[in-house]
Design a protein around this ligand. Structure first.
Ligand SMILES: N[C@@H](CCC(=O)N[C@@H](CS)C(=O)NCC(=O)O)C(=O)O
Length: 244
C-alpha cells in the first residue's frame, strides 16, 4: 500500500524533507494535496487536520498516513520512515542521534523561514521588510555560520567513507542537509558563495546526495517543485545583499 503524504501542493516546504526520504528509498507514495481526484486535493488535507472528533489530529502539515498510523511533525515522520524504509542506522543510540540531527535541522529551518517572516506568517514579506532586513543581518552574521559550522564539525567527526553522516547507511539527516544546502544556495547565493571553502564536507555531502540515482531522477522530475517565493527558502536579493 502507498504512503499518503499530506502537504501544501505548491511549495517544497517541510514536506520536501519527507519527499526526499520516500524518493531516496523508492517508496510508493501519493502526494495527496497535489492530486486531482476523488478524496484527494487540499480538501482531503484539511479534512484530516480539522476533523472535529479525531483523537490525534495533526496541528500542521506535513503529515503522513501509513494504514492506521497517522504521524505529523517533520522530524517525527522521518524517525518513523527511517525504520520503515531502512534509511540510516538500526542501532537505537544511532537512531536517536540521527533524530537529534533531524530536530536540529528543523530548528534551523524555522530560523531560515524567519529571515523573511520575522513578525509572523500572517503578514506578507512586503509588510515586514525592515524587520526582515534586521533579522537577516543577525541570521547571516551569527546563526548561519553557527548552524553550518556545527554540521560541518559533525561531518568531520562522523563521516563514513561514502560521505554519509551516520557511519552506516545514508540517513534522513543526510537528505535533510542536502535540502538545506540547496535551499540556502537558492535563497542566499551571495552569502553562500564561499560555502565550499568554509564548509567543504557539507557541500560534498550535498553533491553526493544529488548524485544518488533515485534522488537525481527525482530532482529531474516534475515531482520536485522548483524553489519559489512562497516557500521556506526564498530569494529576496535585498536580504542576501546584506552579506556583501
Ligand atoms: N514543527 C512542525 C512545523 C509544521 C509547520 O509549521 N507547517 C507549516 C507548513 S511548512 C504550516 O502549514 N503551518 C501552519 C501553522 O503553523 O498554522 C514540523 O516540523 O513539521
Amino acid at each position: 500500500m502507498s504512503y499518503l503524504l499530506y502537504y501544501w501542493p505548491t511549495i517544497q516546504g517541510r514536506g520536501e524533507f519527507v519527499r526526499l526520504a520516500l524518493e531516496d528509498a523508492g517508496a510508493e507514495y501519493v502526494d495527496v494535496a497535489r492530486k486531482n481526484a476523488d478524496g484527494m486535493g487540499i480538501d482531503a488535507l484539511l479534512e484530516v487536520m480539522h476533523s472535529a472528533d479525531s483523537t490525534r489530529p495533526p496541528f500542521a502539515p506535513p503529515f503522513l498516513r501509513d494504514g492506521d498510523v497517522l504521524v505529523a511533525q517533520t522530524a517525527n515522520i522521518l524517525f518513523y520512515l527511517a525504520k520503515q524504509l531502512a534509511l540510516g542506522p538500526e542501532d537505537e543510540a544511532q537512531r536517536l542521534w540521527v533524530h537529534q540531527l533531524d530536530l536540529t535541522i528543523a530548528d534551523f529551518v524555522v530560523e531560515i523561514h524567519d529571515t523573511h517572516h520575522p513578525i509572523g506568517g500572517g503578514y506578507y514579506y512586503e509588510e515586514q521588510m525592515p524587520e526582515a532586513d534586521r533579522r537577516s543581518r543577525v541570521f547571516l552574521k551569527e546563526r548561519l555560520p553557527k548552524f553550518l559550522g556545527y554540521f560541518e564539525r559533525v561531518l568531520r567527526n562522523n563521516r563514513s567513507s561514502d560521505g554519509a553522516l551516520s557511519n552506516q547507511r545514508i540517513c534522513t539527516a543526510d537528505l535533510g542537509l542536502f535540502q538545506v544546502i540547496a535551499g540556502l544556495r537558492y535563497a542566499f547565493p551571495v552569502a553562500m558563495a564561499e560555502a565550499d571553502k568554509r564548509y567543504p564536507r557539507l557541500i560534498a555531502l550535498h553533491d553526493a546526495v544529488a548524485l544518488r540515482p533515485n534522488i537525481a531522477a527525482y530532482l529531474r522530475s516534475e515531482r520536485r517543485i522548483p524553489f519559489n517565493e512562497n516557500g521556506i527558502f526564498r530569494h529576496y536579493p535585498a536580504l542576501d545583499a546584506i552579506a556583501r
